[in-house]
Design a protein around this ligand. Structure first.
Ligand SMILES: [Zn+2]
Length: 318
């Protein structure tokens, strides 16, 4: 990474005069981000997958899968990663493939690992697109996210990160035209969060699922467990050819991925309901609900107790 950034800078140094050098180097370093590695899952549909992890100083917030789609006239970016540094590398990956304008920056939901890179695209003249509930989520949580991740990831990584509210909202379904290539956006009822948005590239049958569907990474409940199960009934009717989950490897067996996620969410629901019916406290749910799923998911220890607590709070009022 350092080698690639230094070599062109050294060329600038040799080519420029003394006075302009500092300025030109500063401008250059802005643009010199190493392109993120992306795979072209289908012609014009690009995906970047990350390791399953929590956001840390070491990984610079890079844990979510992100991507972009190139049409005849324009580009849409789907999520921008967990830091502006990662966003700049995504921008570099786009620019390594096309000089068409980036017309849309789409947020699949409000979580920081998906939106902290947005500021890297601020000067592209793009519209920022999100679920109709996204502005509320950003208002309620945005400052908390910034403060929390300044503490955990450090000021340097967080320096340029800011919350950018959407300029175009999706209620129900909406289409974005990239030039002979249409993206169909679906704003879902409350499931993983209350602002989940999926993006289907109709041309290639590629679905960017956000965290509504994850693979290997334990599902994270920040919305409604019963709502999520209902949304999954509808997702099962879709027939995408390939799917980029919010976390985990690219999915080619859609029904299998949904079945695994359903098994976890149903197990958690059953366990929590059983504890509630026996009068057990919420702390018991955090300790034991969903434990049978423990060995099937990455980051189970990190998220399951929280999921069980959220499910308990939802289900105790049934
Ligand atoms: Zn999420």
């Amino acid at each position: 990474m350092i080698k690639a950034a230094v070599a062109p800078a050294a060329r600038v140094l040799l080519a420029c005069g003394v006075v302009l050098c500092g300025l030109r180097l500063a401008a250059h370093s802005e643009q010199a981000a190493e392109p993120l590695a992306v795979s072209e899952a289908a012609a014009g549909a690009f995906m970047h997958t990350e390791a399953l992890a929590l956001m840390t100083r070491a990984n610079g917030g890079g844990i979510a899968n992100i991507g972009f789609v190139v049409g005849n006239d324009a580009v849409a970016v789907i999520d921008t990663g967990g830091s502006v540094r990662e966003g700049r590398r995504l921008l570099a990956a786009v620019r390594a493939r096309t000089d068409k304008p980036i017309r849309y920056i789409i947020s699949t939901h409000a979580h920081p690992d998906h939106i902290f890179g947005h500021a890297a695209f601020e000067n592209e003249g793009a519209e920022f697109v999100g679920h109709r509930n996204l502005p509320r989520a950003l208002t309620m949580r945005g400052q908390f996210y910034l403060d929390a991740y300044r503490r955990s990831m450090g000021q340097e990584i967080m320096a340029d990160v800011k919350i950018i509210p959407p300029t175009r909202l999706i209620d129900g379904t909406g289409n974005l035209d990239l030039g002979a290539r249409t993206l169909t956006l679906q704003a879902w009822p409350t499931a993983h969060t209350d602002n989940d948005l999926t993006v289907l590239d109709e041309h290639s049958g590629t679905l960017f699922a956000g965290d509504l569907v994850v693979a290997q990474h334990v599902p994270v409940l920040d919305g409604s467990i019963l709502g999520w199960l209902k949304v999954m009934d509808k997702l099962a009717l879709m027939q995408p050819k390939r799917i980029l989950p919010g976390h985990g490897p690219i999915i080619d067996n859609w029904q299998d991925a949904l079945a695994q996620q359903r098994r976890y969410l149903e197990r958690l629901t059953r366990d929590v309901r059983s504890l509630i019916s026996r009068g057990a406290p919420i702390s018991a749910a955090a300790r034991s609900a969903g434990e049978a799923e423990k060995d099937r998911w990455s980051l189970f220890e990190e998220y399951n107790a929280r999921n069980a607590t959220a499910a308990f709070a939802e289900l105790e009022w049934e």
